[in-house]
Design a protein around this ligand. Structure first.
Ligand SMILES: [Zn+2]
Length: 100
């Protein structure tokens, strides 16, 4: 391969890469200004992070309110599960212990 050919090849690759990058940047820009199908979807997209944080927060909130973290039944005092899920959890822990 001559230097000219090599240079052509490199330039072609470089141009292709640049084009791809430009395309990606454009796509990103587009998605930011995107029209959402409805305001709920828009709200979700704009508040995704916040919503996720709140979802995590609801775990400790439920702990405080005495509601099972897996369903909406009342918890057994002192733990985060209702009777049903406490039993489930015990079963699960036993299985995990047997495995290890
Ligand atoms: Zn439960």
């Amino acid at each position: 391969m001559s230097f000219k050919e090599w240079f052509k090849k490199i330039k072609k690759e470089y141009d292709a890469k640049k084009k791809a990058e430009e395309k990606a940047a454009l796509k990103e820009q587009k998605s930011e200004n995107q029209e959402y199908p409805n305001r709920f979807v828009k709200f979700y997209h704009l508040n995704k992070e916040k919503l996720n944080k709140e979802r995590k927060g609801s775990y400790s909130r439920r702990r405080q309110t005495g509601i099972c973290v897996r369903c909406k039944r009342k918890v057994v005092p002192g733990i985060v599960f209702c009777e049903y899920h406490q039993a489930k959890q015990k079963e699960y822990n036993q299985k995990a212990r047997q495995k290890g």
